[in-house]
Ligand binder design. Structure first.
Ligand code: SF4
Length: 452
């Protein structure tokens, strides 16, 4: 995912506040980093500019996950240099600064992912702050790049797994979990500021707390363990929708399903399975790959019939045979996942997977991807049709002249489908309404608001 996030600034009382143009590329985790940097800059009196031209400085938060993302990052840096000239680079690509300096020797500074202090130091050096605490008030929840009614909540950095196609542990290091009380304080501030939906993210959400041996921290009148189940329960008590992303099917995930059927957190699990053939999963070194996935899915659905399962897969992994691909297709047919994304394998420089088997020719990858999508589209459409005639709670994301666009509990922002809502009164962004579902198409639902 890539997002340009040159956020507009509120006009300052001073005419001379330094102005910064910000480009945020990459995944939601990178977006959270961008939000933190911007929050700090705003608290120091910097303003944000919509355009590179006329700004005092440009910051580019890069993504280095795939070669295509790196190319996009390098192009964004090139544009910033051309249009402005003063550029600081941060984010995943910053972990290997020579990749940037070889192409763009003119950048002022390069810092790596989560190096907030280094980014700020580089900004101070290039454009010193003119801080006025009476003017530069930042709202207590920080500056959000997501709409006000939902927010990403990052619970840890890094990853202890070593999936062979991924260089994130190399870029971001091993798992470092935030204390539970820290996460809860941030979540409470966000909810207090009007956020209605918290999207819990990390590289491996179900591994939360493993690195700190599930240490407890003081939250209100009680001690809370840094453990997936305990954190989920506490987050669910804050009064917002809580949606879990990047969960691996470790055995203890079963316990969280109970919180979903009890309505404490959303009945939604985003589990990046990536493949279904045991031999490919082994070559990928995927976490929890040995678990009996189909049986687990059936048990989860029996315990929580409303559960939505989203996943992502990779086709054309090095050495993937026709038989292994067929195993994946059979899994799709049986697992009946609700929402699925599929990527054609792309070799990432430095990833061990590139040497694990023969590269799959592009036309074979393409054919497998098409077949995969056809099968999954049928499954997804079938599952969506079952919702016709039901009533769903829908959070409104945007409003148009006749129809508002929202999402049900089954739809995460940016990656899943929408619900198109007709209503007899104007709806507000962030409002949660009950919608009677009248129609389904391949990805979206359509209905009428019946409860406000
Ligand atoms: S779980 Fe695997 S794919 Fe995800 S960040 Fe960790 S190593 Fe990479």
């Amino acid at each position: 995912m890539a997002a340009i996030a040159s956020t507009d600034a509120s006009p300052s009382a001073r005419g001379d506040a330094p102005r910064i143009s910000f480009v945020s590329l990459g995944c939601p985790k990178a977006l959270v980093d961008s939000e933190r940097i911007i929050t700090s800059l705003r608290s120091e009196g910097y303003e944000l500019s919509r355009h590179h031209e006329g700004a005092d400085l440009v910051i580019v938060n890069t993504c280095g996950f795939l070669d295509s993302a790196k190319a996009e990052s390098l192009a964004a840096i090139g544009d910033a240099l051309k249009e402005n000239g003063k550029v600081i680079v941060t984010g995943c690509m910053g972990a290997e600064p020579e990749q940037i300096r070889d192409v763009h020797p003119g950048v002022l500074a390069v810092t790596g992912p989560q190096q907030y202090e280094s980014v700020l130091a580089a900004v101070h050096q290039a454009v010193p702050p003119t801080h006025d605490p009476f003017v530069d008030l930042v709202p207590p929840q920080g500056i959000k790049l997501t709409p006000r009614h939902y927010a990403y909540l990052k619970i840890s950095e890094g990853c202890n797994n070593r999936c062979t196609f991924c260089i994130i542990p190399k870029l971001r290091g091993d798992l470092v979990s935030r204390p539970a009380a820290d996460v809860l304080r941030e979540a409470e501030r966000l909810v207090g500021a009007g956020v209605k939906e918290l999207l819990v993210i990390s590289q491996d959400t179900s591994a939360y707390g493993v690195d700190v041996k599930y240490a407890t921290s003081q939250w209100k009148d009680r001690e809370v363990r840094a453990r997936f189940l305990d954190l989920a329960r506490e987050l669910g008590s804050l009064g917002a929708w809580v949606r879990m992303h990047y969960v691996y099917p470790y055995p203890h995930v079963d316990e969280v399903i109970g919180l979903m059927s009890d309505g404490v957190i959303l009945p939604y699990l985003d589990i990046p399975f990536q493949h279904a053939s045991p031999s490919v999963l082994k070559r990928m070194k995927r976490p929890a790959a040995q678990e009996k996935t189909l049986a687990r899915i059936q048990a989860w659905r029996a315990a929580c019939p409303d559960l939505t399962l989203r996943s992502t897969f990779i086709v054309g992994f090095p050495g993937e045979t026709e038989a292994e691909f067929e195993e994946l297709i059979d899994f799709l047919d049986e697992a009946e996942l609700d929402r699925v994304g599929c990527f054609k394998y792309e070799p990432v420089a430095g990833a061990p997977a590139n040497d694990l088997g023969a590269a799959i020719p592009e036309e074979v990858k393409e054919a497998r991807w098409k077949r995969f999508m056809e099968v999954q589209q049928r499954v997804s459409a079938r599952r969506l049709r079952r919702k016709v005639g039901t009533r769903q709670q829908v959070i409104i994301d945007s409003v148009g002249p006749t129809v508002a666009i929202g999402r049900s509990k089954a739809d995460a922002p940016e990656i899943d489908g929408h619900v198109h809502v007709a209503a007899r009164r104007p709806l507000r962004v962030g409002e949660i309404v009950t919608v009677k579902i009248e129609r389904a198409d391949a990805y979206d639902l359509h209905g009428t608001a019946v409860g406000f």
